[in-house]
Unconditional design. Structure first.
Length: 407
């Protein structure tokens, strides 16, 4: 567990699902990450896990009743908690609790605090598959989304009913990562208001024939995190993306491309952006000829002739606009710093972000990353292993903090 939530104040709402047993591990992980946790349970949740268990793990008295028989004045506790929390997480969130949240019901401590909360809300649904896909539940989730709630979708797998489908509460580690991501976005400011930020992300695909292509292992996660972080700071964000399975960040304009040539053409239409962040893993080579039909397997080896693709970032550097900030990424396996610095200088960049697949949790296909930033002015900043949403925030913080490139 590498996520840091030091100093974060979290309200965890637990509703009456069999998945409530996972709340114990979730509280333990949140405390380990440095968060202060106040647990609120519905009465039905106590059927699955004792309040005493969560009180012991959190170090705070778990709240159940909206009008507790305690000291005078505690009847306003739902207001105080709504002001205290940095984030309100409901995990698990049953169909009943989701419906109440969507329609403003206020009949228990959980819904009362939710209605009074000024902080962001993160809802993690957990229920049987048919309950989850029911039009009423989906409509309620869309209502929460329209209200600005963050939704962590349930997972597909074996359910308590014995059926297989979508409805499982994600693992506590995945929920902690989502909490860290949500808080990181929340802490962003509107410091890029009025700025146009162009981000490229994901891999490109270079076709060999109608069914095969050359590509790489990039998932686009880092670029999407940067696009989301820039948008949270008030920027107008254009995201040019190769093929990925990721959802478009809220408020971001996404342009889908396939090949390096496609990406070069899309970037050219937006090369006047105030800041350009090139995280995409653009293919360096493409087949000299694309077969019009599927290449059939022959008796011998297949020889391919590859040609260089356009170096998009070098072109941007050669034609950099006044005041424009260019940021490149370098994924290196050998001579890390030397290669990154060479790329920074050769392509006339303002910043290069070095990362490597040499260590676990870094590079392609992970939710975390460890990077080192180098600037054209000679500064260097190494970041620890963090969730990619946190890395994105730290990268933008470093760029904006630079006096030369302050926007």
């Amino acid at each position: 567990m590498t996520t840091s939530l030091s100093g974060s104040k979290l309200v965890l709402g637990v509703s009456g699902s069999i998945a409530a047993y996972k709340a114990a591990e979730l509280v333990r992980l949140l405390k380990k990450a440095g968060a202060e946790v106040q647990v609120i349970m519905t009465a039905d949740a106590e059927r699955f896990i004792p309040a005493l268990t969560l009180s012991t793990l959190s170090g705070k008295n778990t709240l159940v009743e909206i009008f507790p028989e305690q000291a005078e004045g505690t009847w306003t506790q739902h207001i105080e908690l709504g002001l205290w929390a940095d984030l309100f997480v409901v995990a698990p969130a049953t169909a009943q609790t989701i419906a109440k949240l969507a329609h403003g019901f206020c009949d228990n401590m959980l819904t009362a605090v939710a209605l009074a909360a000024r902080c962001p809300m993160l809802v993690c649904p957990a229920m049987d598959h048919d309950m989850y896909v029911h039009p009423a539940t989906q409509a309620n989730l869309k209502t929460l989304d329209a209200h600005g709630y963050h939704i962590k979708p349930p997972e597909h797998g074996e359910l308590a009913s014995g059926l297989i489908g979508t409805g499982r509460l994600p693992a506590p580690t995945a929920i902690v990562d989502e909490i860290a991501k949500t808080i990181a976005l929340q802490q962003s400011t509107a410091s890029l208001q009025g700025q146009h930020v162009l981000v490229t992300a994901g891999p490109t695909q270079e076709s060999l024939d109608p069914v095969r292509f050359i590509s790489n292992h990039s998932t686009g996660t880092m670029g999407y995190a940067l696009a989301a972080a820039a948008q949270q700071r008030g920027a107008t964000v254009t995201l040019i993306s190769g093929p990925t399975d990721l959802e478009t960040p809220a408020g971001v304009q996404r342009i889908d491309v396939l090949s390096a040539a496609d990406m070069a053409g899309a970037v050219a239409k937006h090369d006047d952006a105030h800041m350009v962040i090139m995280t995409a893993a653009v293919a360096d080579y493409t087949p000299a000829e694309k077969a019009q039909r599927k290449i059939k397997k022959g008796a011998g080896d297949l020889n391919l002739t590859l040609t260089r693709t356009q170096d998009i970032l070098a072109g941007l550097g050669a034609n950099k606009k006044p005041g424009q900030v260019l940021v490149g990424f370098a994924l290196e396996t050998d001579n890390l710093e030397e290669n990154a610095r060479r790329k920074l200088e050769k392509k006339n960049l303002d910043w290069i972000v070095l990362n490597s697949p040499n260590n676990a949790g870094e590079g392609f296909g992970t939710t975390t990353n460890r990077v080192t930033l180098f600037s054209a002015t000679g500064t260097q900043k190494s970041l620890p292993l963090m969730d990619k949403a946190q890395v994105a925030v730290a990268i933008l913080d470093e760029i904006e903090a630079s006096t030369k490139h302050s926007l």
